[in-house]
Design a protein around this ligand. Structure first.
Ligand code: 3MF
Ligand code: MG
Ligand code: MG
Length: 412
C-alpha cells in the first residue's frame, strides 16, 4: 500500500466506516434515551501528560452534530458553556438563551445539567472546604445549576463531587467534610423545590456519581455503594430527591462487578441515570467508548437493565481517543459508540428471549424434587448435575455475543 496523503485520509476513513455497515439511522438512534455530553465531544485530547490533539468544539457545533447523528439529548457542566466569571450574571442568561435556540433549531432536548466542582482553583480544598465562604460559593453554584436546568427543561442534575477528598491524610476531618457536602446538596434540593413550585413543574432528579480515584489521592465517597450509604445517612434533608448516576468504568476501576453495583442501586430504587463507557480494572479513568473492551460484560449489564425496565438516560460519558480527529469525533466516534450500544441493547433482548437461557434459568429456579431437609450433603447431591447449567449459560451468552445463535459457524 502507498502512503496516504493527508487530503485522502478523511475519504479513506469515511469509506472504511461505510464499509463496516450495520449502522442505524438517526431516526432509529433517537428512539433510545441516549444523551450526549458537551464535554465529551468538546474534549480536545489533553490530560496531565498529554497536549491537546484536536480543536475544542463549542456548543452550537456539538448540538448540530449530535442532531445529525441522531443523539436526541444533550447535557453539560455549567462551566463547559458559561465562563466561571459569568455564572449567575447577565452573561449566563445570554448564553443559556443561545443554548435554548440551538437546541430548538436542532430538535434536541437538554436531559441533564451538572456543576463543575473539580477543575477550578476554588475547589482546591474541595466544594466542602473548611472556609464557609467556599461552601457558600458551592451552594450558589449548585443552586445556579438547578436554575439553568429548569431553564433548559432538564430532568436530571448530576453531581460528581470530584475534589471531595485529600492528598494529605489528617488535614481534613472526614465526618465534618461529609456534613458540609450534604449541606450543598440540601441547598440544591431545597432551592429546586422552591423553583419547581413557582414554575409548576416537577423537581429535578438529583444524581450522585462516584469515582474511586482521581482527582484526589483519597476520595471520601469513592463508590456508588458509599453514596447509597451517604444518601441514607440522615445528613440529607431530601433523600427522596437524591439518587445515583453510576458510571460503568468508575465501578470497574475499583474492581467491582459493574452489573452487581447497578443491581445494588436498583434494589435501593436509586438507579436514575447511567454514564456509559468502557475501560480496564484498577487503572485510571481511561473513558473508552462503550463495548470496546468488555462487550460480554456490557451485554450482561444491559440484560439486567432491560429486565428491570430501567428507563433513565444512557449518557455517553467517554472520551474520543486522542488519535481521532475532529472530523472523526462526529463521523466515527459518536455514531459507532451509539450503534454498539443499540446493538448490545438489542442483543440483551435476545438473551432475555433465548429459549436455552430461559429453560436453564427456570430449571435452576425450580431446583431438585426433594423435601426441605437439613442434610447438606443430600441437598448438594440432588442438585449437582443441574448446576452445570451455570457454565452452559455462560457459553450461550458468548454464542449470542458472536452471533452463533443466528447462524455463525466455526470452521477450521
Ligand atoms: C469524571 C466524570 C465526569 C462526570 C461529570 C458529570 C467529566 O470522571 O465522569 O465527567 O460524569 O462531571 O457529573
Ligand atoms: Mg470516567
Ligand atoms: Mg461520568
Amino acid at each position: 500500500m502507498q502512503p496516504i496523503p493527508t487530503d485522502q485520509q478523511q475519504p479513506l476513513v469515511d469509506r472504511l466506516t461505510a464499509a463496516c455497515g450495520g449502522a442505524y439511522t438517526p431516526e432509529q438512534r433517537r428512539q433510545y434515551f441516549i444523551t450526549g455530553p458537551q464535554w465529551a465531544a468538546a474534549y480536545p485530547g489533553h490530560a496531565l501528560f498529554h497536549a491537546p490533539t484536536r480543536a475544542e468544539v463549542a456548543f452550537p457545533e456539538v448540538i448540530r452534530e449530535y442532531a445529525k447523528i441522531g443523539i436526541g439529548w444533550w447535557c453539560t457542566h455549567d462551566t463547559d458553556v458559561i465562563p466561571t466569571a459569568d455564572l449567575g450574571k447577565e452573561g449566563q442568561d445570554k448564553i443559556v438563551a443561545e443554548i435554548k435556540s440551538c437546541l430548538n433549531e436542532s430538535g434536541l432536548k437538554c436531559s441533564m445539567v451538572t456543576t463543575e466542582t473539580f477543575h477550578h482553583a476554588v475547589w482546591a480544598a474541595s466544594p466542602a472546604a473548611e472556609s464557609p465562604i467556599v461552601r457558600e460559593y458551592a451552594a450558589f453554584r449548585v443552586k445556579n445549576t438547578v436554575d439553568i436546568g429548569h431553564e433548559l427543561g432538564a430532568q436530571f442534575a448530576v453531581y460528581w463531587p470530584g475534589s471531595l477528598g485529600y492528598f494529605v491524610q489528617g488535614a481534613v476531618e472526614e465526618t465534618e467534610t461529609l456534613r458540609w457536602y450534604a449541606e450543598a446538596l440540601n441547598a440544591a434540593c431545597e432551592h429546586d423545590i422552591e423553583v419547581a413550585r413557582k414554575l409548576g413543574c416537577p423537581t429535578l432528579k438529583h444524581c450522585m456519581e462516584a469515582k474511586p480515584f482521581e482527582p484526589q489521592a483519597e476520595i471520601l465517597l469513592p463508590t456508588s455503594d458509599a453514596m447509597l450509604g451517604f444518601i441514607a445517612s440522615g445528613l440529607l434533608t431530601h433523600p427522596e430527591m437524591v439518587g445515583l448516576n453510576p458510571e460503568y468504568l468508575h465501578e470497574l476501576m475499583w474492581g467491582a462487578a459493574p452489573r452487581a453495583a447497578l443491581a445494588r442501586a436498583l434494589v435501593a430504587g436509586k438507579l436514575w441515570h447511567f454514564d456509559i463507557n468502557d475501560g480496564y480494572r484498577l487503572k485510571h479513568d481511561v473513558d473508552i467508548a462503550v463495548g470496546l473492551v468488555n462487550p460480554l460484560d456490557w451485554l450482561n449489564v444491559l440484560v439486567l437493565l432491560r429486565s428491570h425496565g430501567y428507563n433513565g438516560p444512557f449518557n455517553l460519558d467517554y472520551k474520543p481517543p486522542r488519535t481521532t480527529s475532529n472530523h472523526g469525533v462526529f463521523s466515527v466516534s459518536f455514531p459507532t459508540a451509539v450503534d454498539r450500544f443499540i446493538t448490545l441493547w438489542e442483543m440483551a433482548g435476545e438473551v432475555i428471549a433465548d429459549p436455552v437461557i430461559k429453560e436453564a434459568t427456570d430449571a435452576l429456579k425450580v431446583g431438585a424434587p426433594m423435601p426441605a431437609t437439613i442434610d447438606a450433603t443430600a441437598i448438594a447431591e440432588a442438585h449437582k448435575e443441574l448446576l452445570t447449567l451455570h457454565e452452559l449459560i455462560g457459553h450461550r451468552l458468548f454464542q449470542i455475543l458472536v452471533g452463533a445463535h443466528r447462524g455463525r459457524v466455526y470452521s477450521i
